[in-house]
Design a protein around this ligand. Structure first.
Ligand code: OFO
Length: 183
């Protein structure tokens, strides 16, 4: 008896997204190692934690494909590309990759809607929210580096930023969580 509840199109798209999440994890991992090598332990810690988050996202896609009775296909994970040239470049790249990932998630949302596969549509809403959070996190990073001097940030400003990021919470605050008391 056929128990697969995913179309072949969505199976391919969800498998590809599973690999995208693994790829993003590799990128955070590489940037964390780069930051650590440069002596930015706090920034490295922040990026290592995000590498784990992306790995968790990969697992969610894997589990969803399995739970819907479809085939998980594990492929090669692309490399992380070239190292950042500076902290500013690192944060700009993080933002760029997060936006790319959002676009990719939105494409699968569109596909699930076209197929009226509401289970997949519903599953993906968690990621829509997560990507909003991660884009906010990346924008916050860019704001912080901008205040520190952007591409011209001096060592003392980078030192302060490094210390701050070691303690920065993993989750950004979303607009829908804001109240008058807690703006
Ligand atoms: Fe998987 O959340 Fe970012 O990319």
């Amino acid at each position: 008896m056929e128990t697969n509840r995913l179309s072949s199109t969505l199976t391919a798209a969800l498998n590809a997204q599973m690999t995208n999440e693994a790829h993003n994890s590799q990128i955070y991992l590489a940037y964390a190692a780069w930051a650590s090598e440069k002596g930015y332990g706090g920034i490295a810690n922040f990026l290592f934690r995000h590498a784990n988050e992306e790995r968790n996202h990969m697992m969610k896609f894997l589990e969803y494909i399995l739970k819907r009775g479809a085939k998980v296909i594990i492929t090669e994970i692309p490399g992380s590309g070239v190292d950042p040239t500076s902290v500013n470049d690192c944060f700009e790249k993080v933002f760029k990759y997060e936006v790319q990932n959002t676009t990719s998630i939105y494409n699968i949302v569109n596909m699930s809607m076209a197929e009226k596969d509401w289970a997949t549509w519903n599953f993906l809403q968690w990621f829509v929210k997560e990507q909003t959070e991660e884009e906010t996190m990346a924008m916050d990073l860019l704001d912080k580096i901008k205040v520190a001097g952007g591409p011209d940030a001096k060592d003392d400003a980078l030192f302060a930023l490094n210390n701050e990021l070691a303690k920065t919470p993993d989750d950004a605050i979303l607009a829908q969580d804001v109240t008058v008391e807690k703006p």
